[in-house]
Write a protein that binds this ligand. Sequence first.
Ligand code: ADP
Ligand code: MG
Length: 710
Amino acid sequence: MSSTYLHTSIEYLKGVGPARADLLRKELGIRTLADLANFFPNRYIDRTQFLTIKQLQQNASEVQVIGKITELKTVQQKRGTRLVATFTDKTGTMELVWFRGAKWIKENLKVNTPYVAFGRVNWFHGQFNMPHPDLELVTEYKKGLQTTMQPVYPSTENLTNKGVTNKAIVKMMKHLFVAVNTTFEETLSKELLDKLQLISKSEALLNIHFPKNQQLLTKAQQRLKFEELFFIQLQLIRKKLIHKSKIKGNVFEKVGSYFNKFYNNNIPFELTNAQKRVLKEIRKDVKSGAQMNRLLQGDVGSGKTIVALLTMLMALDNGFQAALIAPTEILATQHYNAILALLHGLDIHIDLLTGSVKTKKRKEIHERLENGSLHILIGTHALLEDKVQFKNLGLAIIDEQHRFGVAQRAKMWMKGSRPDGELKKAIPPHILVMTATPIPRTLAMSVYGDLDISVIDELPPGRKQIITAHRYDSNRLSVFKFMKEEIAKGRQVYVVYPLIEESQKLDFKDLMDGYDSITREFPKPDYQISIVHGKMKGADKEFEMNRFLKGETQIMVATTVIEVGVNIRNASVMVIESAERFGLSQLHQLRGRVGRGAEQSYCILMTSFKLTADAKIRLETMVNTNDGFEIAEVDLKLRGPGDLMGTQQSGVLNLRIADIIKDAPILKRARELAIEVLYKDPNLENTANKNIKKTYRQITKNRAIWANIS
Ligand code: ADP
Ligand code: MG
């Protein structure tokens, strides 16, 4: 069937019409016949199995019962009427109930005539009832196709209410298959089909909607999953290739005296092999002539900062400026102080720009940036303001990227160097995004397919594993005792409380109550306590944070404001209150605040006795492993990819049939083959690839998958 026909509006399919077409578009995004063909069932049910009323169980699954309606009555309710039918077979009676459309349904029902009733049953007032059943006369049912695999399509309440039931969708699908004579255009090349032994598109569509048997269904699923993932990968990889060839970047030709002096005299430790490898990857990018767009992943404490600094020195050695942006003022300040200390004795000018920098100083920074006398600027969002203009920014580093959106990255991009002063000719700075949120490889591939990824997968030597324990609230006294022992050894302790938007008031009370009990248990003058929470002014937070940083206080009571990046080497205990309320990645980030020095560190997860199954898995995972990637995998399984950083924006994960976790092997294969196809035929010009090209065009025409900057 020709593709033009498949792209006609669904409205013209037999039994649809304008009203239903509108509904299908709004509720399911189905506009054309092709859209309908690619609307897949999410499961299948066995319509050859029947239960008697006596056999029914309260397990909320769908059942099929044959019986007769022996009585029909309309019950008046506060809101409209309810239609109740008594449904009887040889073994007992149940009720069929309609809350909507009572009048219309009543007129069309036949009493004392055998029906097949299909639906979920509820146990209510000592009897089973089936709300809004699918009803079919037994005589009609027998004429139809009884199958062990009847498709069940995803639906919405609005659709069912307006009569577009599953049965109606199946019917449309049948009309569609008749109209196109079960022929659909092939989207993959013969080579791919042969290589992977995939069934044709037509066969796959037929069997996904009307499977003849389990084996064919599986084949259909395999084929359609591969196709879906293949075209996503094709887009991502093609985009990356285009980017590489088209987006010009500043060339950092040499490694010069800043880098070498620093490396020979200042660097306080030997780089780990992982750090060295990552630096090589970056080095290759920045001298290539194309713009670098690289994501640097490394678990908390893996030493990303030094990599950032060395990369900045490469920029400086080639006459460029560099910028480093952090998500919070505390973190920016910490980076600034750490880098300032590391650079001592080198003739490098560096400054800090945050929201609390006074106007006069700010003006001065602007001037020095524009005349080029400032080499490195470290800061927060304040750095993104339009007023902040560089003379020749060659590199922008963004730390802890999940706090920043795509739009902000785009702003950095616009601050690129302008050798001849013209905006149009601006060369974007190289961009290095650093994140401590480990993204499982499978996911990173799909979400950041157009970014290059470097991973620091090794911690600096001498780090001790953090010991993690789960304790119940009732054990609090022994936890206090342990804290005292650690403090007596000269260590510092964090106590963290959740603060969740929706229950802010209650959470705040918990925090304050906790603070009170800790001040009672750890009285002055023996103990000094800091507190930091979101309601405090920036300057007050800073003050408290600094007292802890300088070792003037031993305990830091805080909400998750300390979640990101602070580096206090002497802190060795992290107590997390109501740990069951934190997500896994948050727990892992928090735990990463300790274990930064040479001491043995501990993380104590406090919870109540009431724990959900998921919470138990989270706690167990934390106790069992320190490996951020392993934790991310569990997190992904528990929450699904939708909640992970960045995935909402990408839209890549709105998959129709494939599952990014379960189908990871197919994803891997799809990626390999997409690379292979594009390697041999970058513009898909070979006739052998004409199906692929046509589909690719269609997809990219329909949705531009993402903006230039990812
Ligand atoms: P993160 O990746 O979490 O940003 P940091 O860059 O803050 O980690 O590094 C954590 C700590 O480890 C810092 O105190 C840093 O000085 C130290 N560090 C980094 N690299 C090494 C190394 N190769 N050897 C020893 N210590 C290192
Ligand atoms: Mg860091």
